[in-house]
Design a protein around this ligand. Sequence first.
Ligand SMILES: *Cc1c(COP(=O)(O)O)cnc(C)c1O
Length: 375
Amino acid sequence: MAGLTDASGSARSDDGGPRPLPAVRDDLVALTGYHSPQVDVSVRLNTNESPFPPPEGWLREFQAELADVDFNRYPDRQAGRLRSALAEAHQVAPSQVFCANGSNEVLQCLLLAYGGPGRSAALFEPTYTMHGQIARTTGTAVAAGRRTDDFRLDLGEVSRVLGEAKPVLTFLCSPNNPTGMAEPPATVDAVLALAPGLVVVDEAYGQFARSTALDLVRSGAASTDRVVVVRTFSKTWSMAGVRLGYLVASPEVVAACELVALPYHLDAVKQLAGRLALRFGDQMERRISVLTEERGRIASALAGLPVETWPSEANFLLFRPVARDAGAVWSGLVARSVLVRDCSTWPGLTGCLRVTVGLPGENDRFLEALSEVLR
Ligand SMILES: *Cc1c(COP(=O)(O)O)cnc(C)c1O
């Protein structure tokens, strides 16, 4: 009989040979996964994390409260205390907050709930590559529009893409990774007016920007119930290792995400870590000012080098070496133990590299290394 397990327990194919592994889903074959090479260097400026560890006060409170976690019990499935703390921080109701393991999992839940076969999501490149990647893994078609040459949204293009694709989800990223520019509130409003479905504003770097789409959600005005703001503890909150992200949206969107999230997906330790972090908002603000100042310093230094740069409202800067191969510049930096992100193969980013703002000493090392490489 074909394909049955024999008495020894091993699986055999029809001809008696070992049975081959099944093929992965046809629609996943072309995907390559998301890779940020983790090279062993002393200055790591490639993944936009905070260069600061979490505040010492946070660590003390976290360690003290860890003793009270009921480790033998499943965690609070509603993440009630964490959601309430986030709701208070953003002046919304707890029913408007959904948390998951990093904002990438938040995005995945949105796509599982609203995307899938026969549905589409729109995005405008260059932008965060995970939006398209996660969409594809959930079987959601991706309608990719283009930004202008200086990486701004062109509302004519937005209107064309949304009109053709009628996407259930439209992704914006503000400030946009990897270009650094934030979308002005008027642009988000205009996209909302054009979008047939949800407008998801990924604000992973929102704390650095002058405006936030949270104001739209809080306004409660008609049509703003289609706005979803996604945030993370991975960047400004110095907690990339914890894997915690959330969205703020209408209660219906939160309920939809709860339909697809696995039971007890948010562990008790993470819920505690995030809830306590919110007590240290002042320290986070101070770090943001330090990083913003450093960003200005890097931007002025880059202005004196043979590179093209763009204004950033985030904790990173995109730059394009003039008349130099980006890969060679990236390798030259690695040879000097400085790691930046090579974005040169991403759509619309030919020749571009992205540097994360680090500690002052790290930024000095980067600037010295870059001047040497470009000399
Ligand atoms: C870094 C980043 C995230 C963060 O993802 P997490 O899963 O929360 O670590 C999300 N969106 C954008 C645009 C990012 O750059």
